[in-house]
Design a protein around this ligand. Structure first.
Ligand code: DGL
Length: 267
C-alpha cells in the first residue's frame, strides 16, 4: 500500500459528505475519493442482502482506484459489521463511531436520544453501546425514515421537513433528553433545524469528528498517513451529479473539489 494513494469514503448518497468535510479538515494532505450511490439511495429501508451487494460493488470500485483505506461514512452500513464488508481487500476499513463517550460526557441527566435510520435503530447498537458504558443511562432511539428522502430531494424549505423534525423530536422532548446523537450521516445537513427544535438545553452530537479521528489512527497504525502536499478531493455519484454538487455546496468548499458521475461496473 502506498502513502500517496487516496482514501476512499462511501455512503448510500450525499450524507457521507458530512464526514468527508471533517476528514478533509483533519487530514488536509490526503487525497479523497468519495462515492455516493445516488442512483440507489436510500439504503436504510432496504433488505440486508441487497445493501451488502451494493456496498461490495462500491468497495470493489474504490479498490480498483487503488485506495489505501476505506471510511464507511454511513451508520446503516457500519451496522452490518465493518470487517465483514472488507472481503478479501487488504486496506484498513473504518466505520462510524457510535459516540457513546461523547454522549455520556454531554448528558448531565443521562437521558440520551438517538436519531438514525430505521435499519440502524433496529440493530439497537447505539443503545447497547451507551448502556455498556453506563448501565444507569436512559436511551431513547427514534427511527427517522422521512429525513433521508427529504435531504436527498433538497427539500430544505418544504413544510414536510419541520413537520418531520417535530414528529421525531416529540417523544425525546417528552422524555427530557439533554443529549442527542445524529447517527445518520445525512442528518448534519439539517442540524441547524434540529438544534432549533430542541433548544439550547439539548446538546446535539455529530459523530463525524470522532470517526475521522479513528480513520486517522488506523492510517497512522499502518504507517500510511501523508504529511505533506495539498490533498485533492474527488466527489463521485452514481446518478444526478449536478444535484450532488448542489448538496455538496452545503458542506464543503466545492471550488476545490472535482465532481464525476460514475458507473460502478466500469472500473
Ligand atoms: N447516511 C446513511 C447513514 O448514515 C443512511 C442513508 C440511507 O438510508 O441510505 O445511515
Amino acid at each position: 500500500m502506498r502513502k500517496d494513494a487516496p482514501i476512499g469514503v462511501l455512503d448510500s448518497g450525499v450524507g457521507g459528505l458530512s464526514v468527508l468535510k471533517c476528514l478533509h479538515q483533519l487530514l488536509p494532505h490526503e487525497d479523497f475519493i468519495y462515492v455516493g450511490d445516488t442512483a440507489r439511495t436510500p439504503y436504510g429501508t432496504r433488505p440486508e442482502q441487497e445493501i451488502r451487494k451494493f456496498v461490495a460493488e462500491i468497495i470493489d470500485w474504490l479498490a480498483a482506484q487503488g485506495v489505501k483505506e476505506v471510511v464507511i461514512a454511513c451508520n446503516t452500513l457500519t451496522m452490518l459489521g465493518v470487517e465483514s464488508l472488507k472481503g478479501a481487500h487488504q486496506f484498513p476499513i473504518v466505520g462510524m463511531s457510535k459516540g457513546e463517550q461523547l454522549l455520556l460526557a454531554a448528558s448531565k441527566k443521562k437521558k440520551i436520544g438517538v436519531f438514525a435510520t430505521p435499519f440502524t435503530i433496529s440493530t439497537e447498537a447505539h443503545k447497547k453501546a451507551i448502556l455498556a458504558a453506563d448501565p444507569g443511562a436512559e436511551v431513547y432511539p427514534v427511527g427517522c425514515a422521512k429525513f433521508v428522502p427529504l435531504i436527498e430531494g433538497e427539500q430544505f424549505e418544504s413544510k414536510e421537513l419541520p413537520e418531520a423534525i417535530r414528529e421525531y423530536a416529540a417523544p425525546l422532548k417528552e422524555a427530557g433528553v439533554d443529549a442527542l446523537i445524529l447517527s445518520c450521516t445525512h442528518y448534519p445537513f439539517i442540524k441547524e433545524q434540529i438544534t432549533a427544535e430542541f433548544g439550547p438545553e439539548v446538546t446535539i452530537i455529530d459523530p463525524a469528528e470522532a470517526t475521522s479521528q479513528l480513520a486517522m489512527e488506523a492510517l497512522q497504525a499502518e504507517g500510511l498517513a501523508k504529511t505533506e502536499g495539498e490533498g485533492k478531493v474527488t466527489i463521485c455519484g452514481t446518478a444526478d451529479i449536478e444535484r450532488v454538487q448542489r448538496l455538496a455546496q452545503r458542506m464543503l468548499p466545492i471550488e476545490t473539489c472535482q465532481f464525476r458521475e460514475i458507473n460502478l461496473q466500469e472500473k
